[in-house]
Ligand binder design. Sequence first.
Ligand code: CAA
Length: 259
Amino acid sequence: MNFNNLTLEKKENVAILKINRPKALNALNTDTLLELDNAIDVLDKDQDVNVIVLSGEGKAFVAGADILEMKEKTASEGREFGKLGSDIFRKIEIMEKPVIAAVNGFALGGGCELSMACDIRIASEKAKFGQPEVGLGITPGFSGTQRLSRLVGTAKAKELIFTGDMVDANTAEKIGLVNQVVSKEDLMNSALEMAEKISSKAQLAVRYSKAAINRGIETDIETGIEIEKDLFGLCFSTEDQKEGMNAFIEKRKPNFKNK
Ligand code: CAA
């Protein structure tokens, strides 16, 4: 596939998708968002891809939604733009395959929001996170008010959103915004290592686990446990469950088929 503002490569069963507008610090304009939407659809259907690593080219992950594009928008155009980004990020969040954000630099506004739509965030020690929107006269618009508060709690989310302050990677880890902080040089290897480990497991079980966590966290625990019960039961209709358990008993490595 040819993209103007993205790069896509594959390493075995892992896809590495990068936002590639380094001159604008990978700011998300409509064209880039539409390409991202398209790329996610392609990767979702690609049977050879188990895990996606999302990152940015150059010194930024994503420095936000494109301010030049937003500047002259009317209220309804602003709403539409917010819907476009939020819909794509929700698609990433609920897609079956796991997505790891490898946050290489600035993850601000829409960039922080994009990283939060991913399942796991690994940050370079150079990364910086923030929701600076109120300094531009807007609220976060790609679901940041919702995901930041779910990830770090309402008090910290309100502090970050009301002040617009940036936090460094170590602070982001301390407040639960990122899973792991590594050196700049180790970032891609660490993300790929985790992606390959996930890719070596039974993929249907990984995907059902993602669905159980995502769906369960938005409901009461009784309903969440029901969701888990159903998905746990469904695992027993897969070939990989038989293979995983037989391999354990036969003391060998499993050979999963994603079936
Ligand atoms: N939109 C459009 N262009 C952007 C951009 C953005 N969000 N962020 C950076 N750029 C552009 C700059 O305008 C600059 O372009 P020129 O070279 O043509 O002037 C280029 O990228 C490099 O940026 P800087 O020269 O500013 O780089 P720096 O290293 O001095 O500063 C920065 C880096 C602190 C990230 C600074 O660029 C910055 O503050 N960017 C804006 C961050 C921001 O406010 N993000 C939120 C956007 S609103 C949003 O995202 C809404 C939403 O929730 C949907």
